[in-house]
Ligand binder design. Structure first.
Ligand SMILES: N[C@@H](CCC[C@H](N)C(=O)O)C(=O)O
Length: 261
């Protein structure tokens, strides 16, 4: 049996996308999702996303990390899903959809997707670092040597420390580039490696940057490309948060499904 899929990437965070409006995908099969995300034995991706119908929304996105487990909110994946929905004719240029952390609005504006993120009620300061949830949990640390940093080693040290080893966290490293520009590298939970960008991570870092004097909008450079985050801040609470950036179709195809072991 073969599965039709589309491969999308949002600033290098890449996803296997499946039109699951007929609900034919075995959504409980973690081993299958992990196989499809495997970069040698499968299609290869940071995650897998099912686009599904929903009675109250234009569509619902179901996100899985590359480890096969259902994940939390995926900002880059959501931007790719909006582009995918437009490609399928499910939407035109605006969308109201359901994700793991609730309802999101989005719009397609030429080659950029504008995604409204959920409000952030507070940010925890821990030493010189920060911890917050932008739909997924993010630990944020400012550094001065971001290009030389061993993100895998330093990210895993936080992700598997006594506080986070059970449920995990994404770990972001931030360097100031100019008065309103930062560079972000992310070790991603559930991928268990550095990804070229992480949308909820970029959002978290931009909000934290504003606690350190940056003003909205914050330009965020990542290894996979550039994004922008705009927001309204009141103390350490944030709303009207938008993650803005490109999302592109890379290829589509069909993949043989492994025989059940
Ligand atoms: N890459 C995603 C984040 C996906 C969820 C994350 N791996 C987690 O498990 O928290 C993004 O673009 O936000």
């Amino acid at each position: 049996m073969a599965l039709s899929f589309y491969k999308y990437q949002g600033t290098g965070n890449d996803f296997v996308m499946v039109d699951n409006r007929k609900l034919l995908f075995p959504a409980e099969d973690e081993a299958l999702v992990k196989h499809l995300c495997d970069r040698r034995m499968g299609v290869g991706a940071d995650g897998l996303i099912l686009l599904q119908d929903h009675p109250d929304y234009d569509f619902q996105m179901v996100y899985y990390n590359a480890d096969g487990r259902v994940g939390s909110m995926c900002g880059n994946g959501a931007r790719c899903t909006v582009r995918f929905a437009k490609q399928l004719g499910v939407i035109e240029d605006v969308a109201c959809f359901l994700a793991a952390d609730g309802e999101h609005q989005a719009s397609v504006e030429r080659d950029l997707i504008h995604l409204k993120m959920n409000d952030v009620a507070s940010v925890e300061k821990t030493g010189n670092d920060y911890y917050l949830n932008t739909g997924s949990p993010h630990y944020v640390r400012f550094v001065d040597n971001i290009q030389e940093l061993d993100v895998y080693k330093e990210g895993r040290a936080v992700r598997y420390n006594d506080r986070f080893k059970e449920v995990g966290t994404n770990v972001n490293f931030v360097q100031r580039i100019s008065e309103n520009e930062i560079f972000v590298r992310t070790y991603e939970r559930g991928v268990e490696d550095e990804t070229l960008s992480c949308g909820t991570g970029v959002t978290a870092c931009a909000l934290v940057a504003s606690l350190e004097g940056f003003k909205s909008p914050v330009k965020v450079n990542t290894l996979g490309g550039d994004l922008e985050v705009s927001f309204t801040r009141s103390g350490d609470s944030f709303d009207h948060i938008y993650l803005i950036g490109p999302a592109k179709l890379v290829f589509n195809g069909s993949v043989a499904l492994p025989e059940k072991v």
